[in-house]
Design a protein around this ligand. Structure first.
Ligand code: HEC
Length: 244
């Protein structure tokens, strides 16, 4: 055997060994020097606008998976009016909406909020959008619900600074439109204009401040909501990739 022949022989053996290595890894097929066959067909990949159900399980729609109770129109209308009403502050200059401006994503754009007479608080105002869906309110979670939370800033000395709950009821009782709206929103109650009901009505309004998107509807089970938005294909691919 010449040196060239020896070299050729070694190359041929290694090529065969390589081929065995590949094919046996991929399909366990008998060893052969033939080029490796295409990998066996696996499960059909999901269509471009479908998202792997395993990935979907990791997301929860805004507001959770429970269907929210139907809003009470009278309470929501009253809550909306209260939310924007500066008469709920001692100097009649501050409303909830001063710090949670709905046309500014529910915030005031300030590092810390400016309340009554320009007094600054020590915390940043979070958005009221989707707040009702949180497990608790405020940065430290000290209020359980938006209904309870809403009563806080009205009495807070650096925010709306009303002197007492009684004073709030006094202001509202002096406005005939409010008396009518409270009576309609809380029918059958002996004293519908109450501080507790201020919180209930504002809370009812805030529960509607939810930015549910087609994506939320999709992960809530409405498959068509996503399919209808062909423009979002890349996002679907992105989610699929991140699962890898
Ligand atoms: C002077 C500015 C100011 C006013 C007025 C104000 N807020 Fe706030 N709001 C804040 C700040 C600051 C926080 C955070 C305070 C904290 O965490 O201790 C907050 C927190 C909240 C939260 C909690 C959101 C979350 O994600 O935890 C809600 C809801 C809310 N406010 C609703 C209201 C309502 C309703 C009113 C009117 C009754 C109101 N706010 C009036 C500044 C204000």
């Amino acid at each position: 055997m010449t040196t060239t022949n020896v070299l050729k022989g070694i190359l041929a053996i290694s090529a065969a060994a390589l081929a065995v290595g590949c094919t046996s890894k991929q399909s366990g097929a008998p060893a052969s020097a033939a080029p490796p066959a295409a990998p066996p067909a696996t499960k059909e990949p999901p269509a471009a606008d479908e998202i792997d159900p395993k990935v979907l399980k990791r997301f929860l729609p805004i507001g959770g998976t429970e269907t929210p109770p139907a809003p009470d129109a009278a309470k929501v209308a009253l809550g909306r009016m209260l939310f924007h009403d500066k008469r709920l502050s001692r100097n009649r200059e501050i409303a909830c909406s001063s710090c949670h401006t709905l046309t500014r994503f529910g915030i005031d754009g300030q590092t810390t909020s400016k309340g009554i007479n320009g007094k600054r608080g020590v915390r940043n105002a979070p958005s009221v959008f989707n707040a009702a869906t949180h497990i608790a309110q405020f940065w430290d979670g000290r209020a359980q619900s938006v209904e309870t939370q809403a009563k806080g800033p009205i009495m807070n000395p650096t925010e709306m600074a009303m002197p007492s709950e009684h004073a709030v009821v006094g202001v509202l009782s002096g406005v005939p439109a409010y008396v009518e709206m409270f009576t309609k929103a809380f029918p059958g109650e002996r004293r519908p204009v109450s501080f507790k009901n201020v919180g209930e009505a504002i809370g009812a309004f805030e529960r509607g401040l939810v930015t549910t998107s087609r994506w939320d509807r999709y992960i809530h089970g409405e498959r068509e909501a996503w399919r209808a938005t062909r423009g979002h294909r890349s996002a679907a691919r992105c989610s699929r990739k991140s699962a890898l």
